[in-house]
Ligand binder design. Structure first.
Ligand code: FE2
Length: 375
């Protein structure tokens, strides 16, 4: 039985018009465990297992009876005999899908565009994974290449999270307000990520959010935009090992603590920055800095202006943490960004920045050393 030899898992597909309700029902009422959820900010797919069966809950309109019964067989696709179909119909009409058990991460080519997102009212917040509220900072997702979320947990307390990992190329979390207690694979005991602190989550590192203060706010930026969040029900955290230099797909875990950070000149004059160490931890893939006018903190009269011909990198995002930033560009207009506003600046277009005393902004770039646009 050549096909049978390569099947690793079978999933029954259940269409769910209200995925959140279905997920609650299967986990809280029936005791199923979450294996995978995607995307984290507004789930449209969840895989749960329990009692000897695995269910793939897909957000789809209509009742289950309107959809054919589908059994998904997860296989080593490359090992299947040549010509094996990707779909079969069983006697009786059940559709059988043969899919890859471990599909490679897909990285959309993406596109460069100017994105300005304002800190809006309560309507901007949506319900995400594990009781967190999400605000989408790049609704266009730049063609699927990047996702940026402003995440908050208003009430605080224990977080209903589980040990999990993400299939990603890049992912960082910056704590804007409050604190959260986190634990990472091979990185020691749980620790507090406090306001101003930042972590790099290397690809597939197991981690868990344990607890949050009331009013916790974090900024999370990831690539690609859609990626799987996969539960690991076997690993216990913390692990008994402390391996800070361990590489995960070429990256090591990085934790930046604001309280012990040093301020140094930024790449544009007039400003200074504290580097989070993410450039070094990713071997140059991505850089994350907190930037303010040089000579701060927040002395009256200090302001900074800088003009640039633009960048030739893959990604440049600014999030105003505090104060105000004036952005001027003949290409994408003049804009004043206040606390909570953010923008993505496309490559190849000149712009100028003016930061007033009290400005503090988060800058995330790919690569870490942002190349400048040609003259
Ligand atoms: Fe996570």
């Amino acid at each position: 039985m050549p096909i049978a030899d390569h099947i690793r898992l079978a999933q029954v597909v259940l269409p769910c018009p209200d995925l959140a309700a279905s997920l609650r029902f299967f986990t809280a009422e029936l005791g199923f465990k979450v294996n995978l959820i995607q995307p984290a900010d507004s789930p449209s797919l969840a895989v749960v297992s329990g009692h000897g069966v695995t269910l793939r809950l897909e957000a789809k309109a209509g009742s289950a009876g309107e959809w054919p019964l589908v059994l998904r067989l997860l296989c080593d696709r490359e090992a299947l005999p040549p010509g094996t179909p990707s779909e079969m119909i069983a006697p009786g009409g059940t559709r059988i899908e043969l899919v890859d058990a471990h599909p490679p991460m897909t990285l959309p080519e993406g596109r460069q565009e100017f994105v300005l997102t304002r800190m809006a009212g309560a309507s901007a917040w949506g319900e995400g994974r594990a009781g967190m509220q999400y605000r989408d900072l790049i609704p266009s997702r730049l063609g699927g290449r990047f996702v940026a979320s402003h995440i908050r947990i208003p009430d605080g307390g224990p977080v209903p999270d589980y040990v999990h990992f993400h299939k990603i190329r890049f992912q960082m979390i910056y704590c804007r307000k409050g604190w959260t207690r986190l634990v990472y694979e091979d990185q020691g005991e749980p620790f507090l990520l406090q306001a101003g602190d930042c972590v790099l989550q290397p690809p597939e590192i197991r981690h868990r959010v344990l607890e949050a203060s009331p009013g916790l706010e974090v900024i999370e930026i990831g690539c690609p935009a859609v990626h799987e969040t996969i539960a690991d029900h076997i690993m216990q955290l913390p692990t008994p090992h402390l391996l800070p230099e361990r590489r995960f797909a070429g990256q090591r875990f990085a934790r930046h603590v604001a309280a012990s950070a040093r301020w140094e000149p930024w790449r544009l004059p007039g400003f200074e920055a504290r580097d989070t160490g993410i450039g070094a931890a990713t071997e140059g893939l991505a850089g994350v800095q907190v930037v303010r006018p040089a000579g701060a903190p927040a002395s009256a009269g200090i302001a900074a202006t800088a003009a640039t011909k633009g960048h030739a990198g893959e990604f440049l995002m600014l999030f105003v943490l505090d104060g105000a930033l004036d952005l001027r560009s003949a290409a994408f207009g003049d804009h004043r960004l206040d606390s909570g506003d953010s923008c993505v600046l496309p490559s190849g277009l000149p712009y100028a920045l003016r930061g007033e005393a009290g400005l503090e902004m988060l800058e995330v770039t790919l690569p870490a050393e942002l190349p400048l646009a040609g003259l």
